[in-house]
Write a protein that binds this ligand. Structure first.
Ligand code: NAP
Length: 239
């Protein structure tokens, strides 16, 4: 049984990924920031379904708190699957974007990737098997008005994905990014109504978190061992 950490497991896409990885037989560490109770409820659901999991809560943008939490988790053994899914957006057209909006988004998506993945990398490398999956966004590929901060953070994640993939390729570790389009969660419900979705998504519907989870689960599997350094879109033909 491999141990898998899913950051933002308390959110819409993260919860679907946790359920799917647990169904695939992994021990899933369901991470939350503010919504620890949601992560605990999900772990209870996973265990009731015959799976294995535990909940953990920390702010991925806080380097010291993240390092301390990961050190405790690593006492239970290496974490071989890491899904960097925690993310926020703080949208504003660029002339009106505050420094706080700029930094907060980059702190969670980009610095969060470093804070979580770097301390886990050496123990993972020692096992000669690993999967690092970074959840980015179509906004990093196509751009999106009002999301210069978010696009910059997720685009940097794409570049980091490619470089890290090269570094760890000879150690049995793959590193990929999954770039969703509009997926039906609380994050997107606030931003897009049904008519807008019909206009911008050629398939005329939002994706389901479970569809993203299926892709992540495949990338986390043995079968995907030769796929690395890739940015894989899942967006209903948006681009
Ligand atoms: P969501 O439901 O809002 O969930 C966001 C998750 O991130 C929550 O679990 C939240 O934890 C966690 N989080 C936020 N700030 C954090 C911090 N400082 N430290 C640790 N965790 C933090 O969002 P979602 O729609 O599932 O999105 C998941 C990922 O997919 C994000 O990276 C997002 O950018 C990306 N994405 C989403 C869409 C979409 O249409 N939904 C499209 C493209 C990409 P708490 O709630 O516990 O605080």
């Amino acid at each position: 049984m491999k141990r898998a950490l899913v950051t933002g497991g308390s959110g819409g896409i993260g919860a679907a990924i946790c359920r799917r990885l647990a169904a695939d037989g992994h021990h899933v560490i369901v991470h939350a920031n503010r919504s620890r109770a949601k992560a605990e409820a999900l772990v209870a659901e996973i265990v009731a379904a015959g799976g294995s999991g535990e909940a953990v809560a920390f702010d991925v943008s806080e380097r010291a708190a993240t390092a301390a939490a990961l050190e405790t988790l690593l006492e239970g053994g290496p974490i071989q699957i890491v899904v960097n899914n925690a993310g926020i957006h703080a949208d504003a057209v660029f002339p009106g974007m505050s420094a706080e909006q700029w930094h907060s988004v980059i702190d969670v998506s980009l610095h969060g990737f470093f804070n979580v993945t770097q301390p886990l990398s050496l123990p993972m490398i020692r096992t000669r098997w690993g999967r690092i999956i970074n959840i980015s966004s179509v906004a990093a590929i196509a751009g999106n008005r009002g999301q210069v901060n978010y696009s910059a953070a997720k685009g940097a994640l794409h570049a980091a994905t490619k470089s890290l993939a090269l570094e760890v390729a000879s150690r049995g570790i793959t590193v990929n990014a999954v770039a969703p389009g509009v997926i039906a969660t609380e994050m997107s419900d606030a931003a897009f109504d049904t008519e807008t979705i019909k206009k911008i998504v050629p398939m005329q519907r939002a994706g389901r978190p479970e569809e993203v989870a299926d892709l992540v689960a495949f990338l986390a599997s043995d079968q995907a061992g030769y796929i690395s350094g890739q940015i894989i879109s899942i967006n209903g033909a948006m681009i």
